[in-house]
Design a protein around this ligand. Structure first.
Ligand SMILES: [Zn+2]
Length: 334
């Protein structure tokens, strides 16, 4: 099995890459790389991967999934199935054509152009993730035709680091013309100084650094709140204390942004009861998973899941136990 190698990012945006290529600025390194490659040296430095985006329509809304990056990890059972044996987890992975002892987690924020607002859901890992090749949201937005300044609303599904990391860049707001929307329960939990000295201390510090400075421009919401016309919040607590998901409705079409309700497209969907390390209340998270994906399966709704494999959207079919992920194909293009 060849080793999955995370591509090295050079920090070039698509535009600078192409303009650099056009002026020949990259020609020399490419030639050198061929020579280095022939000599058996590591040639990974020029592996520039263009931003990954996928746009589709939901009614009259333009929806774009943007890959902020991916992360490879070992020992899937230690994350998705902490109450199972490694063998049971490995077996289910292999039955789904996946390796038993490794997994890839993706991070996919979503931007929705409703015609009157440009709404961004979650912000990726931001500058803290860039060394590892993530934090690519800004480049992806640009590739999809949006500037960071064009975002009018930033919605936070919850306040884990891989969702709030891109809110601030160099200590300044990354989306300077935006207002913000976040769950009241979620914010109250993380900003509370009582989190110091608990397992939530790191998360508390992240929220103090990334979210608290923006709180004045933030609207705090609960179950059923309308964010903008056609986008409303649904409570799905468990993964985090105030985890929220969102339903888009436009011209008779719908899409549910399930955020972190299910975090692996096989392990969490086919075995919704398996305990997940990052679910802070494991029972509540499993109950939310079943409730949300039962609705999505029954109503044949499309969904976009933050950690689903890119383009991180699709459908689910109900099985005897759990759900089968059906990745998005061309349904929204016709
Ligand atoms: Zn997450």
């Amino acid at each position: 099995m060849p080793e999955f190698k995370e591509p090295t990012r050079t920090g070039l945006t698509r535009r600078t890459f192409f303009s650099a290529a056009a002026t020949g600025a990259l020609a020399a390194p490419l030639i050198m790389t061929r020579a280095a490659f022939a000599a058996g040296e590591d040639a990974s430095i020029v592996k520039v991967v263009p931003p990954r985006t996928r746009s589709f329509k939901v009614g009259s809304f333009d929806v774009t999934d943007i890959s902020d990056g991916t992360r490879k990890s070992e020992n899937p059972q230690e994350t998705f199935g902490t109450n199972q044996t490694p063998e049971a987890v490995g077996e289910l992975l292999e039955a789904n054509f996946l390796p038993a002892n490794q997994f890839v987690n993706g991070f996919s924020p979503v931007v929705v152009n409703t015609g009157s607002d440009i709404v961004l859901f979650d912000t990726g890992l931001g500058e803290g993730g860039r060394e590892a090749g993530a934090g690519q949201l800004a480049a992806g937005l640009e590739a999809a035709g949006y500037s960071a300044d064009a975002i009018t609303v930033v919605v936070l599904t919850h306040m884990h680091g891989d969702h709030i990391g891109g809110l601030m860049e160099g200590g300044a707001p990354a989306f300077k013309n935006a207002r913000y929307v976040a769950g009241q329960v979620e914010y109250d939990f993380w900003k509370d100084p009582a989190r110091a000295g608990t397992p939530a201390e790191g998360g508390h510090k992240g929220v103090v650094e990334k979210v608290v400075p923006l709180a004045e421009k933030m609207t705090f919401i609960g179950d059923g709140t309308e964010v903008v016309p056609g986008i409303s919040a649904i409570e799905a607590f468990g993964h985090s204390p105030g985890h929220m998901i969102f339903r888009l409705d436009s011209d008779g079409k719908a899409l549910v942004l399930t955020a972190d309700t299910a975090n692996h497209f096989v392990l969490s969907l086919q075995r919704p009861d398996w305990e997940v390390r990052f679910d802070m209340d494991k029972e509540k998270a499993a109950a939310a998973r079943k409730k949300v994906f039962d609705m999505i399966a029954t109503d044949k709704l499309a969904f976009a899941g933050y950690h689903m494999p890119f383009p991180a959207a699709g459908y689910v079919e109900k099985l005897d136990q759990g759900y089968r992920f059906v990745p998005l194909a061309y349904q929204f293009d016709l």
